[in-house]
Write a protein that binds this ligand. Structure first.
Ligand code: ATP
Ligand code: MG
Length: 628
């Protein structure tokens, strides 16, 4: 057995021993009595009886050794500002924020909803909640009022923290009107709203409810607020899944398990060390932002970069400029961001000194081989695909260079991560499948520390949603397809609801997309199954070209469409060949960068696309409508 396999085996066969050892990575105010309590499956409790605090571990704990070192680096290419907060700056700001929350009546167990752009006060607010034992619910900034109202009603926050506006690619989105509307729609309005006025957009002030952050800050600056020690299983936050497949679920996260899991992942998976800098290009509104912009790096004593901006402004070199200037050692991004860069000048990759960078980690969606190859060759660095979900909070599958360096394979997020008893199961029978066989990626409970404890306020929905879909056994379904190859490398083949059935053949849309994308003219594609009177369903491909100007509509596009079909025929067989290939300038995506297949299918079938509040750009769907 390799070291990696041994570590994994220990983590499953002797959970108490493995996690008991990892627990020492964080500060506990009082130690746990029991590593794991699993009396009521599938509910698991980790480090039972131990008391700790996320804010203490992220901030206070590092004051002794790193008071004057960078902790939070804010870079905004939207408002052209760069500010470095040292650990003691962070301590000061978080304490001031905690004091103002307390003054608004927030106490242990109360919820605080954070509806903010990527600005430092958003991070201060998160850590301040953690400090006083309040449960935060960060909602992606700029979400529509209906989404926001749903989440307000679900969490019933005492206070909402927000700002006048966000800015993306130079375009200002006023948040305040969206928030006011959401509050008017919801059934449980907050007692107070703390607003940071960035001077981006004028606001209507609601007297008696709205409070100005700058004035409050002035009032409370210099105060320190005692840490509220939480029992390990007490909730730290609520976070909703991306909503790619329907009604979002409020994932409830614990405290002690999460801190231990993140600290462990920082060394074993991300190979990051105290004093170094982490750059994660996600948003604090998503799980990747929670775990690897805010809590993971800070708990591990690293500096973290909070970046407000796009990967292409002022030019496609901005991320690499940040790596150079802040000596980033670990970078985490999403395939969608890298595909955007692929359309930019490749010279930009070589323009900066990237010697500090050890590896680029990617997650969130399938990392296609052309994109992986392009970026890893361009950077001359390893690219590490890691697979996980909002629910798990940290990777299920990943290379783990901090345990053992093993070669990676493009298209594969490598191996199961310690703590996850993950298997490929047959969807119909629940039987475990062998090498090369495609099935559902499932996790045998207990879920590891830091993974979701339950659905907020709805234990029943937790069990029903995740633990009942595979017959015969109570296992957690990821609702993703996967397979393990002969050498033990894992592959994710798309979501279980993305399978299409063409004349009796079950095809994964992801496989067809991979094949389409392997044509050098294609930047990205979305393949969906559209109902067809004859064949049940047919595959339709929507493709975005790298250089659209090279293919005119009359001859260029039809010729290219034929070529693409030939590629699919060769790689997957004629049965997988898309019935139509449509050229579009962009794909409809959620704000987290995931293709909204459900909406594309609906439009293609002439149905109402349903809830579109998470869509990034509605014009993309209109393009698709034109093609139908
Ligand atoms: P919802 O559950 O509300 O429909 P979502 O599943 O898109 O939304 P997330 O939790 O943000 O919400 O995304 C997790 C999903 O993203 C995974 O289940 C998987 O489908 C996909 N994913 C994440 N990382 C990878 C990866 N490295 N390779 C392939 N797919 C990935
Ligand atoms: Mg999901």
């Amino acid at each position: 057995m390799t070291t990696l396999e041994k570590t994994h085996a220990l983590s499953i066969q002797n959970r108490e021993e493995f996690w008991g050892q990892q627990a020492h990575r964080i500060h506990w105010e009082s130690p746990h009595d029991k590593v794991l309590e699993f009396d009521h499956p599938p509910f698991a409790k980790w480090f039972v009886g131990g008391r700790t605090n996320l804010c203490y571990n992220a901030v206070d704990r590092w004051l002794k050794t790193q008071a004057d070192q960078a902790a939070l680096i804010w870079v905004s290419t939207e408002v052209n500002k760069e500010i470095v907060f040292t650990r003691s700056d962070l301590f000061r700001e978080v304490n001031a924020f905690a004091a103002m929350l307390k003054a608004q009546g927030v106490s242990e167990g109360d919820r605080v909803l954070i509806y903010m752009p990527m600005i430092p006060s958003a991070v201060f607010a998160m850590l301040a909640c953690a400090r006083i034992g309040a449960i935060h619910s960060v909602v992606f900034g700029g979400f529509a009022s209906v989404n926001l109202a749903q989440r307000i009603d679900d969490a019933q926050p005492t206070v909402i923290v927000s700002a006048d506006a966000g800015s993306r690619a130079g375009k200002v989105t006023p948040y305040k009107p969206l928030l006011d509307k959401a509050i008017s729609l919801c059934n449980s309005p907050p007692k107070a709203v703390i607003i940071e006025d960035r001077g981006l957009h004028e606001m209507n002030w609601v007297d008696g409810r709205d409070q100005d952050y700058a004035s409050l800050r002035e009032q409370y600056l210099g105060q320190t607020v005692d840490v509220t020690w939480l029992e390990s299983s007490q909730p730290s936050y609520i976070l909703y899944t991306s909503g790619t497949t329907g009604r979002p679920k409020g994932v409830q996260r614990d405290t002690g398990g999460y801190a231990v899991a993140l600290a462990t992942s920082m060394e074993y998976i991300y190979d990051g060390h105290p004093g170094e800098t982490f750059l994660c290009t996600s948003d604090i509104g998503w799980v990747v932002g929670h775990s690897y912009i805010v809590y993971g790096p800070l708990i591990a004593g690293m500096a973290t970069i909070l970046y407000e901006g796009t990967p292409v402004r002022p030019d496609g070199g901005i991320l690499w400029r940040l790596v150079q200037d802040y000596k980033v050692s670990v970078m985490f991004s999403a395939p969608t961001a890298i595909r955007v860069l692929k359309k930019q000048d490749p010279e930009l990759l070589g323009k900066y000194d990237l010697s500090s960078l050890r590896a680029l980690y990617m997650a969130g969606e399938p990392l296609d081989e052309p994109t992986a190859t392009w970026i890893s060759q361009g950077l001359g660095k390893p690219v590490i695909d890691n697979y996980w979900q909002t629910e798990t909070g940290w990777p299920i599958l990943a290379a783990q260079p901090g345990i053992e360096k093993r070669p990676t394979r493009f298209g594969s997020p490598s191996f199961p991560v310690y703590g996850y008893d993950v298997k490929i199961l047959d969807e119909q029978t629940g039987q475990e499948l062998g090498a090369g066989q495609k099935g559902v990626v499932a996790i045998f409970p207990p879920l590891p520390p830091g993974a979701m404890s339950t659905v907020w306020g709805d234990d029943e929905r937790f069990v029903q949603t995740y633990f009942t879909s595979i017959p015969g056994r109570q296992v957690y379904s990821t609702f993703d397809w996967g397979l393990v190859d002969q050498d033990g490398y894992w592959f994710i083949l798309g979501r279980t609801d993305d399978v299409i059935n063409v004349a009796g053949h079950r095809l994964g849309t992801r496989e067809i997309e991979e094949s389409v994308n392997s044509h050098p003219a294609i930047a990205e594609s979305a393949v969906v199954g559209v109902s067809d009177a004859l064949k049940g369903q047919v595959a339709v491909a929507f493709v975005v070209l790298k250089q659209p100007e090279r293919f005119d509509v009359v001859t260029g596009q039809p010729a290219l469409a034929k070529e693409i079909m030939r590629v699919v025929d060769d790689q997957l067989g004629a049965v997988a060949r898309p019935a139509a290939i449509q050229f579009v300038t962009a794909l409809p995506k959620t704000r987290s960068g995931k293709v909204l297949r459900r909406a594309i299918v609906a439009v293609c079938e002439g149905r109402d696309p349903g809830d579109l509040t998470t869509i990034e750009d509605p014009a993309t769907l209109e393009q698709i409508q034109k093609h139908t």
